[in-house]
Design a protein around this ligand. Structure first.
Ligand code: SF4
Length: 172
């Protein structure tokens, strides 16, 4: 059954996971200096804002506590949109590139760093961010977020991309 309002522990877990990925990412990109780390974090903020502009404003959770926590924050950054536009928008792999880049950029930075200065600490950071970003996100989406998402029941374009059976396609 979908939640009209998610229990707080799920968005709390989701926000903690996202912030941990950003922090690990900043540490890995920081190997190229503080400016690189700052620009990476700016990119992460932009990718969150982009989701609020593209998806959250048209979502049934706008102004409510959704699985990622963005629904309750979105009214601070954008105005309510049109729910029919949530269903109408097309989500392809191109639209998901910024989400993938959030963890691919630090992994790439870490691998380059490893090549020139091998350190187990850098290797550890890479393994951690990959676990959090791949199986970690997969678990959050399939078991906790999309599985209980009212918007998915109403219709979610990302589900078409990932295939309904999987319940992990999410445009947010
Ligand atoms: S469910 Fe997704 S699209 Fe809807 S408000 Fe939450 S983050 Fe945004």
């Amino acid at each position: 059954m979908a939640y009209e309002r998610f229990p707080s522990w799920i968005p709390l877990l989701s926000v903690t996971q996202a912030l941990t990925i950003y922090a690990l990412g900043a540490l890995l990109v920081g190997g190229f200096g503080p400016t690189a780390a700052f620009l990476y974090l700016l990119f992460c903020v932009w990718s969150e804002y982009r989701v609020m502009q593209m998806s959250c404003r048209h979502c049934c959770y706008f102004g409510k506590l959704c699985g990622t926590g963005k629904g309750i924050v979105a009214p601070l950054f954008t105005r309510r949109g049109d729910p029919s536009l949530f269903l109408a928008k097309a989500i392809g792999w191109k639209e998901l590139i910024p989400d993938f880049l959030v963890f691919l950029i630090p992994v790439l930075a870490g691998l380059i760093n490893l090549f020139f200065h091998f350190r187990f600490s850098t290797l550890g950071l890479i393994v951690l961010i990959v676990i959090l970003a791949l199986p970690g996100s997969g678990f959050m989406r399939t078991r906790l977020i999309c599985a209980n998402c009212r918007q998915r029941e109403l219709g979610c374009p990302a589900e078409k991309l990932f295939g309904s059976k999987k319940k992990e396609g999410c445009s947010c």
